[in-house]
Design a protein around this ligand. Structure first.
Ligand code: ACO
Length: 401
């Protein structure tokens, strides 16, 4: 094992590695990823096994606490999460301050940050009980406020958590149940969503997780660190890709549905357009999550009997890109976001909410990584640079500039 203490301190030399393509920022026991072979494991368990045999809350527990829960532990975990699902009423005033057109990710980042106002005490990570309560609180409140971002946009009254229903079922209820009557739950949809959350739950040192660890390394609190993770996830090159995929598919459809034309645009180095949902920083052969989710996508589409021209475009584009030499030679395959967007659309989730769903799925990973970083007593994150600006200059008076 690498002793992190030995890696500290001044080395004298500074390596330049933009985008940290070859730099490790930490040691971690949480997630194993082999990009060449398309392997993803949480705490040693394969993503395939977890997606098939486990459920989201169990996986959250596994990521955060290191072991799969016993029956008693998971029952207690669910019960303890339920204890914290009420969100401070003053949070509603904060939501009211946003225009209805605000992007849900911006609102979610702000609301997560606002939670610090009602939870000012920082967690003592070495106190197991305190850490456990902070985990339950974060899992509970984040889910509720995430759905409120949608309710606000729609002008619907805000919903409260139903303690008789499971975590993922509650997501659907919190989103869609209206005062006019109970929401009709579709188990195929709930099951697919549970799977999607599992597949998104952690992905080692990706952009948002590195951000959460970096912010937390200054000993900023859990909610503040998670809020920064939400902001990092929002970008179209990261979590925002699932929204960008659907917007791209809609644009292709509006343009007449010629996928070859858009493929050519993506290959043209003078055109900034990229095929959204294709390529990955670490998976250079295939994204194992994409394989699992493609199957789930087929099941959901069949069950819901969806007939959607935009989804037909997705199928055509996937086929054409997989057969194209440019994409093949660069190992550009559909990533998890290509299929997640398709499932979300079939489920009736509005496009602007796609990245919020990613955030709900990624939350246990952020918490687990934040906790690990603090428990390991990692130093504050502070990269170096190589200065390339002007040498020393004489100050010029404003009248002489
Ligand atoms: N469309 C067209 N060309 C692409 C694409 C794409 N989606 N992705 C990469 N390429 C090309 C690049 O132009 C480059 O070509 P070149 O060698 O001729 O210059 C080559 O493939 C390598 O690409 P890089 O940008 O160096 O790869 P990097 O690892 O930096 O980027 C990324 C990975 C950001 C995911 C990129 O593939 C991309 O922009 N994809 C689209 C956005 C997307 O789907 N993001 C979701 C990522 S998954 C997630 O966050 C869960």
């Amino acid at each position: 094992a690498i002793d992190i203490n030995k890696l500290r301190g001044e080395t004298g030399a500074i390596t330049i590695d933009p985008g940290y393509k070859n730099s490790g920022s930490c040691t971690s026991n949480i997630t194993f990823l082999d990009g060449e072979q398309g392997i993803l494991r949480y705490r040693g368990y394969s993503i395939e096994d977890l997606a098939e045999k486990s459920n989201f809350l169990e996986v959250a527990y596994l990521l955060i606490f290191g072991e799969l829960p016993t029956a008693a532990q998971i029952e207690k975990f669910e019960k303890d999460i339920r204890k914290y699902t009420l969100v401070n009423e003053e949070m509603k005033n904060i939501i009211d301050g946003f225009p209805r057109t605000a992007h849900p990710m911006g609102v979610l980042a702000s609301l997560t940050s606002a939670l610090t106002a009602f939870n000012p005490k920082s967690v003592n990570v070495d106190n197991e009980k305190e850490m456990y309560e902070a985990v339950c609180k974060t899992m509970a409140k984040f889910l509720v406020i995430a759905t409120w971002t949608y309710r606000k946009n729609m002008g619907y009254p805000l919903n409260y958590y139903d303690n008789t229903k499971g975590y993922v079922e509650n997501f659907m209820r919190l989103m869609f149940e209206l005062p006019t009557g109970p929401y009709k739950m579709n188990p195929v949809v709930v099951n697919a969503l549970d799977k999607l959350f599992i597949l998104h739950a952690d992905h080692e040192q990706n952009c948002s997780t590195s951000t959460v660890r970096m912010v937390g390394s200054s000993h900023a609190g859990l909610f503040a660190s998670i809020s920064s993770g939400v902001s990092a996830l929002w970008g179209p090159l990261h979590g925002g890709a699932n929204q960008a995929v659907l917007e791209m598919l809609e644009a292709i459809q509006k343009d007449g549905g010629d996928v070859e034309k858009f493929l050519a645009k993506a290959k043209d180095k003078n055109d900034p357009f990229r095929l959204m949902g294709f390529g990955h920083r670490v998976y250079k052969n295939f994204d194992p999550r994409a394989r699992i989710i493609k199957k789930a996508a087929d099941e959901v589409l069949a069950d819901l009997g969806v007939d959607d021209p935009v989804l037909d475009i997705a199928k055509k584009l996937e086929k054409a890109a997989l057969e194209d030499e440019y994409f093949k030679s660069r190992n550009l395959y559909p990533n998890v976001d290509f299929y997640s967007g398709i499932i979300y659309r079939a489920m009736g989730i509005p496009t602007e909410m796609f990245t919020v769903l990613f955030a709900i799925g990624r939350l246990p990973g952020w918490i687990a990584q934040w906790k690990e970083m603090r428990v390991n007593k990692e130093p504050i994150g502070r990269p170096r640079q190589v200065y390339t600006g002007s040498p020393l200059r004489d100050f010029t008076d404003i009248n002489n500039r």
